[in-house]
Design a protein around this ligand. Sequence first.
Ligand code: ADP
Ligand code: MG
Length: 343
Amino acid sequence: MSENRTEIGKLGEFGLIDKISENFSITNQETALGIGDDAALIDSGDHYTVLSTDMLLEGVHFDLSFMPLQHLGYKAIAVNVSDIAAMNATPKQVTVSLGLSNRFSVEAVEELYRGIKAACDSYKVDLIGGDTTSSRSGLVISVTVTGIANKDAVVKRSGAQIDDVICVTGDLGGAYMGLQILEREKQVFLANPDMKPQLDKYDYIVQRQLKPEARMDIIHELKDFGVVPTSMIDVSDGLASELFHISKQSEVGMKIYEDKLPIDKQTYDTGYELNIDATTASLNGGEDYELLFTVSKADMEKLKKHADIHFIGVVQAKEAGNIMITKGEREVILQAQGWNHFE
Ligand code: ADP
Ligand code: MG
């Protein structure tokens, strides 16, 4: 061990992952894709096996004072399936590992598993194993998911080409805005436990935070349309961060238009009420679990009638950078903020 000490926050999550991966190389012929995408790819002969893992920690990723256990179980599976979707693949199996403190009862664990079961049914995946240990610092849920991908249809972060169209599904910023409301209502409740939280007006964005869905529906529809994106990633850390991942790995620049960003009215209205800019929430908020992908211009024509796929910009030369044209037609340079867990 050297005497030097570098704070993790200085490197950031992605810098740290880069540093870890520097010392590892791929040695097995079956390892088709390692660290750096939404999931790894393992050559299984006529198809790829797709593998990804995501961990949720109490106090970091969820707050049990407003996250019902059933929803948490569902979300733990959905966010993992989302990474499989981002490879244009189909999820098949999950393992679920739990760290439990004695604060949790058998009934609580059963409730968590009701949500896990609902997600397994909904995404047609089998729970095939896991691990259970005690925890001294709250609830830990770690999920690993496997899936399969057709070799000629698998989509990485690295295939975007200049002039491709940048697409995003659903709407953005809602999960972040929902979280702001849940945290506000928690403070109100802590100050006065007789106050009932007023969430009706915020039903959509609260649901976006508490019960995200992986967009497997889009993956099936892209197949029906005969469209294979040139690159794809799921929006877990915020649009800006995901655009940067595609840009870096595809060695291209990204140009998006603020007025094309899909933002729900409830996200706008709540942003206005809380004095949070809805565009900023879309770019940097995260947890929307929508799909961001690029397609050729010819494939864009096939998707034009799809109500839930939005064309937000174009891929440009790397030298032109990652930029957004604002509603006022100004050009701003995008910052890859995303979430830095270590700051
Ligand atoms: P996502 O947001 O899609 O889940 P992450 O940003 O968590 O992806 O991870 C990016 C890549 O880095 C993935 O390939 C992931 O497997 C890898 N990765 C993350 N943490 C580690 C780690 N501690 N050791 C090795 N690889 C890691
Ligand atoms: Mg991802």
